[in-house]
Design a protein. Sequence first.
Lengths: 700, 396
Amino acid sequence: MKSFHQLMRTPLRSLLGLLLIAASCAMLCLGVGQYEAEVEARDGLEGRFTTVAVPTNKYMIEYVYDADGHVIGVSYYSSQPFEIDAFIRSIPESYPQLEAKEASHGLISASCPKLQPINVAALSENLRLSGEGDTMTLPSDQPYTEAMLEVEIEKIGKPHRDEYLSENENSGVEIELEGKVLSVIALESGYRDPTGSRVRLTARFANEESFYALGLEKGSRCLAFGMDYTDDELELRRRIAKSEFADIADIYDDIDLSDIHMFSAEERRKADRLNPGLNIVAEYRYSDMYAESLSKADLDMIGRVSLTVVNDPLILRSAVDADTVTERIDGKRVEVTAEKYRAKYSMPALVKLDGSAEEYLRSEAGVEWRKWQEICDIDYHAVPVIATPNIKAVAQFAAEEAEITEGRGFEKEEYSQGAKICVISDTLAQRSSLNVGDKLKLSFYELDESFAARTGSTYLRTANVAAAYYSPLRGFAAEEEFEIVGLYRQKNEWSDGTYAISPNTVFIPEGSVACEEYTSNSGIFSSMTIKNGSADELEGILREKGYEGLFVVYDQGYSTVKAELESFFGVSRSTLLGCAAIWLVLTAAFTILFPLNKRVDAERMLSLGAPGRDAVRHILLSGLGITVPGTVIGTAMAFFLSGGLIERLGVAAGVGIRLSVPPRTIVLIAVCQLAALALLILLAAWTVSKKARNIRRKKR
Amino acid sequence: MPYLITRMRRRPMRCLLSIICAAAVCGAIFGLFAGERSMDKSIDAVYAELPVKCAITNLRGTRSEGLNIPGWAVNLFFQDERYGPSHPETIFLGYIKEVSAQTSIQALIAQKPYTLVGLTDRGAARELADGGGRIIVWREGYDESFFSGDESGCVVPNGLSQLESVTVEVAGVETVTAELRVIGTYFGTGDKANTIYCTWEAVCDIELNANHGITASSLSAVFSDNRRIDEFWEKCGSKYFAFVDPEGVPQEWGVTMYRYYPFALAIYDDTLKSTVASLEQSKITFMIFGDIMTALALVFGFLLGELITKAREQELALQYILGLTKSRVIAEVMAEQLTLSLLGFGLAIGLLFAAIGISPPWLKIAIAAAAQIIGFLIAALRAVGKKSPELTKGVE
């Protein structure tokens, strides 16, 4: 107690000691805290920049040269050649310095009644497309063009084989029917209601007999189901709008078709002279200066929709008269009889109605039609879902063509845990009245490769991927509830670029659903993340290997600010070292002022005859009497500063500062400091005890 | 002065402690300031080097290509009266550089329809940019710098590769014919390719002659000074364009020509903002640390002064008894402490200046030094300011 009394006798000195210890402890904690904050900031910044290498199609093109070495032809492949694919796959192992990680994105289809996908066929936006993309990249209207209509027949054409089909007798016959839409049984909601419109039905039947067996005649009513519904008037409006207006999405409905000026005989003669063979009969006048010429066929499109109905699945296989056909089941080819094939893959096409359409659908005969009406509803709410191991590695995001505008992307652990979360486009969210935080019950289904009529172009695409048609034969593979955590926006929706995605595309973390995925080694499906700042190195490797131009690397400008970011990270290290140096100075000051100073007192005690243990105890107690409370105060200060003061000061300065030192770190630092100081005090005590022993020895 | 040094030499440890404390405080302030400056430099560099683009888009910001941008908007970016009315009060060119634009016009080549596309640079056509799917094979002596010139040349699809030149016919208000030399061929995606790529200048000339005006399909630029983006928007951008609105609600403009803004101007500065925000956060952390350290200097100074003067209480009292005035005693203590503090500060400044090479934060250091000196002064006044009997008692 005497030692404590002595401390109380010099309150200012003791206070200084306390302050030194507290300050040193707090300083070290804050130093570590700022370093951790900087590490967090660095991770955040590094995370903001993702260097992504996306394979280009350079090596998917094969040139054909003539004898003089001129290119005379080009072949395109939908996937990377084997050699290139093998090289890409070898990069992570062969060049570990790149820290390369392959990112293979998989396509699944999913339907959700809450989703109202955008049907590009019903949009004015698709007229922006150059039309020069290929089938692998052009936006797809699949699977929203299925339609079931009640039609009154007005005209029945003669059965014929068209130019393309005539080469193959096994493709059946075509009959053009004209009529009027009486009611809509199933149609994607993006289309305008065609009730009352003229309709052009192209009936594809196995043979004339099967068509005539329906007993259709002028004035008959029928139900028609097809998969290629087109609003012809919309197409015409689109064409007119495309020629002139800036933002067609806003104004193309303003195109007043009554503004079409029909040519006089003289004007027609003049038009024929200028455009021979085009049969120009009218024009749409945008202004006094501009006009769009219209032919007779164009005018026929006004107020008309069209649909193709197919009554035999073998027509699509060009095997109408075949006895057997091959069927792909689980990737294997199996020979089946035509009858079996028909029984399995038939879909409704055209049926004459005696009563109302509702009565027919309710009847026993209408069971199949009802089933397909429900299937239409599944398809109208279907979207392509990309399961990704890293959303930032998706080419559109890496190239900053798409960005999360609301909410967030996926966190690292969410990929590994397969979290049930998703990111959708703000366009899809708006159309479906959804927002971040809403939940979607997604029913996943797989592409049925065996169902010829419903395979579409899903697995040919390398961009603008679309949902597959739902196959009732395969059903749903999984059903899961996903939470929307972010919305993305693209700079160019509905483009036909090599890595384009449609705004219907939904992203989910890889592994969040157990379902068969479709993927490829090209287009949007394949990419590779590499260490930030190593783009040049990768390009060097490609040059060296002779694969120049194999990748296009996106780093969002990281390489331009690399040096600055590195120096930024260097400063935090220096600050940590600075804090450690201050800690050292303050600790040294304390050691000089207390344990070493108290040693003089202790020696005085010894010379006055006090027992050695008393002198040692004096040093220990007076030293620890300052050190322990000082460290406790310092720890409390560190908690206080890191737990809010710095943040509040930051807020006052207009910047959000996160300087949260984990309590465990603070306690660890405090324990280390205590241990270091205790060691110093013990050292001082040991020297005193040694002196005491010497004095005793001398006395003896 | 020599006596001052003699006195200091009698207490080397205490003097050293004073120097170390002063140096530590000064070093910490200087170090934190250096960190702050380093952040400033990084922020400046990020502002200077990170390219930020702006582009004309539809109102929802979901389309920046395939637009029909009228001449007046094109002129904002090019400041060329051929394109449309001039806008002397809002000079876009003062804020932007590297304008990237595309224009297109329908043309006939040997009675077949083609699209003539004028580009300011290869990247202006997405399909020609890296990874865009189309690859140009240039004829000898040409490369992509061709697009930035005004040569009457063109890059044609593979199907026209045998030609040396093409004659294009454009029917507009007037029919214009132009001869374009084939200087390259492109391959890649697009089986039905009917696009002819030319320079921006060449297509603009044809378009101006044929239609007496131009429209651009896309128009974007890079900001020349990222710090002036807000100023640009306030003074120029907002005068002609709407801000991107995800809902696409038309905003009233009310100029003679348009009731609503026909286009939005998207500014893609998210990466810049988030990068700068991180750096700013670190900078403010350093600033706050520096301010805390300056405040602590006052407390340290006071306590150190208290400690040192307390330890020298007897000596000071003795000086007083021997005839020195109180003010003289205090002056001597202060002179000594001032010397030690200055030595400590000088040492820290010298070392850090040599290591970092930036000028120290004189104001903060002066405040810290003053704080320490004030601390000493208060402590010295408290020690010597006692009544004479107490001082004498202390000596006895």
